[in-house]
Design a protein around this ligand. Structure first.
Ligand SMILES: [Cu+2]
Length: 272
């Protein structure tokens, strides 16, 4: 008896330790939370719109869950078996059945219409003009619909970025604030997934296809993410990062990268 007691205690302790280790591991892998309950917001308008739509759907679903759970608990209590009595034998209730069918259909239609009306603003790149600072720095021209295009290239196990004018970067994407940035997402080997939680949803990088998404930063900062598609044994190290900078810093960075590129090309040509 005593031995069994200690054995079960040991098992409980092991279970606790493993559980605690799991919680700590998940807790420290902060980017993998991606907002935990709600999608992250505060980086780009499309991410904010996704988060708002998600919140509305979550609230509606929560209310439905609460309604069903309360009704179920009430029915369990109200019609419970009692000693000495025979429970009422109820079969069917046409009004109730039609009611909950129509109500459920109405909720689904409401959510479908709501999602479809919000979808366009999430998918279509923001066409509003770049901020005066971005125009002054020469990132894009003035007027609506002007955007910066960056190609995102997935490869095992590093994200690459191709800017206009042949500038390339790896790992970290430098992007200006106040400009709509349109991304063309491709892959040179296997399927990857571009995902910066604060800047919107996941977008697959598939060999032979070009996927499109966009973001528009309103303030400088680091926006972290990670390849979200198991792409090989180093997948876990395939981090992605967007560094939002002021337009002046962005153009200075582009100029420096261009200089380095030219220097490297010249060096190669001059080499014996
Ligand atoms: Cu990958």
């Amino acid at each position: 008896m005593g031995e069994r007691f200690t054995r079960s205690r040991r098992l409980a302790l092991a279970g606790f330790v493993v559980g605690a280790a799991l919680v700590v591991a998940l807790w420290t892998a902060e980017p993998s939370w991606a907002g935990l309950l709600l999608p992250e917001r505060g980086g780009s308008p499309n991410a904010d719109r996704i988060a708002s739509l998600y919140t509305i759907v979550l609230v509606v679903a929560g209310l439905v869950f609460l309604g069903v759970a309360v009704a179920l608990a009430y029915a369990l209590w109200r019609y419970r078996e009692r000693r000495g009595t025979v429970p009422a034998q109820i079969r069917g209730n046409t009004r109730l059945e039609i009611g909950w069918t129509v109500a459920a259909a109405a909720i689904v239609v409401f959510l479908a219409v709501l999602s479809l009306t919000k979808l366009d603003a999430i998918e279509t790149p923001d066409s509003s003009a770049a901020t005066p600072a971005a125009v002054a720095a020469g990132v894009v021209g003035p007027g609506e619909g002007e955007s910066l295009r960056i190609e995102v290239v997935g490869r095992q196990y590093l994200w690459g970025y191709r800017y206009p004018d042949g500038v390339v970067a790896y790992g970290e994407m430098v992007a200006p604030v106040g400009v709509t940035v349109e991304l063309d997402i491709v892959s040179v080997d296997v399927a990857h997934s571009w995902w910066i939680p604060k800047l919107g949803g996941k977008f697959d990088a598939i060999p032979g296809y070009v996927n499109h998404t966009w973001f528009r930063l309103s303030r400088p900062g680091i926006y972290r993410g990670q390849c979200a598609e198991l792409c090989g044994r180093n997948h876990a190290n395939m981090l992605a990062q967007v560094r939002g900078v002021t337009p002046e810093r962005y153009t200075a960075w582009i100029a420096r990268q261009k200089g380095l590129l030219e220097e490297a090309t010249r060096g190669r040509q001059e080499a014996p």
